[in-house]
Ligand binder design. Sequence first.
Ligand SMILES: [Zn+2]
Length: 347
Amino acid sequence: MKIGVNAGHGPNVGARANGYEEERLNKMMNLMFMALGGIRGHTMIDATGQRKDDYIEGAEICNANNVDVAVSSHFNIGVGPGVEVFYRAPKSGDTEEMLRRIDDTRAMAHAVSQAIATTYGLYDRGEKPTGKLGFLNLATTRAPAILIEWGFLDAPGNTDVPKIIANPTSGVLAVLQVLERHFNSPGVNPYPKPRSKQQKGSQGSEVSWLQRFLNSLKRYLRLSEDGSFGPVTQGVVLRYQSDNRLEPDGIAGPLTLAKMGVTGTICPYAEPSVSLKKGSQGEGVSWIQWQLNRRMKAGLVVDGGFGNLTDTAVRNFQRLNNGLAVDGIVGSMTRARLKEETSIRIV
Ligand SMILES: [Zn+2]
């Protein structure tokens, strides 16, 4: 997902106590967010402003970049101990939809505060609605936005901040994990996104992507990420579909994959797992015909019947792709080339 992070205060210094300078600590947490978020596969936007009204500038940057969620990092003085997380308070005139969104952000703020408290052994002050004066960025950011007060610079016994700065990665990681759970984001998924329908019998790394995605939701039976779409994977896909009001057929087709965040055109046929040639029949042949039409505008009728026209188109494709034997047989090598993103130039 796209996450905007803001270190706050612009040219202002922020809070100071016990030799700590807030803006330095804020920036350290922001750097951790940028680095760890990037490693976990998110698009990170540094929304720290330079203007005096950094809060508003931060919201402008988040809005201009269309972030999915915004996180602002701060440290407090005055009333410690503990961690607290702010969210935009409801106000009169808010629509039903807005109230529902605020309640959702409140739940996220609650979970973030709890995760930070648990990570560092801090007192959990919990989620707080913004007061009349507070944190304009939370009111003007379109995406759900929270502001973390990681700790009090003058916490009693001066123990909170040292724990955080000794290990900032753990706290930032805990926050990112809450956001990922909250938005059902898969985080890092090292496998290639499916470009075709996946169903029972499908094989390969696109199946592993699906298995990793379903595992990342932490809601279903844990799947082995073995790239083999068997009955257990099918069962979890069925559960996912009924949880998401999709037609429960146990097949990860274009609609189900789109719900999982796979963008772009998805082939509505499943890739064959065996070699096919003239005379072959079925969905695997439709997959080949669909790919030939996509890759080189072959103009084939997608009917699942491997006849003379399909045979000619396959041989043409093989001739145009160095390294493929021109034999009319569609095996794993030809399939790998057929799946490639770009369309080929026919001269
Ligand atoms: Zn601050």
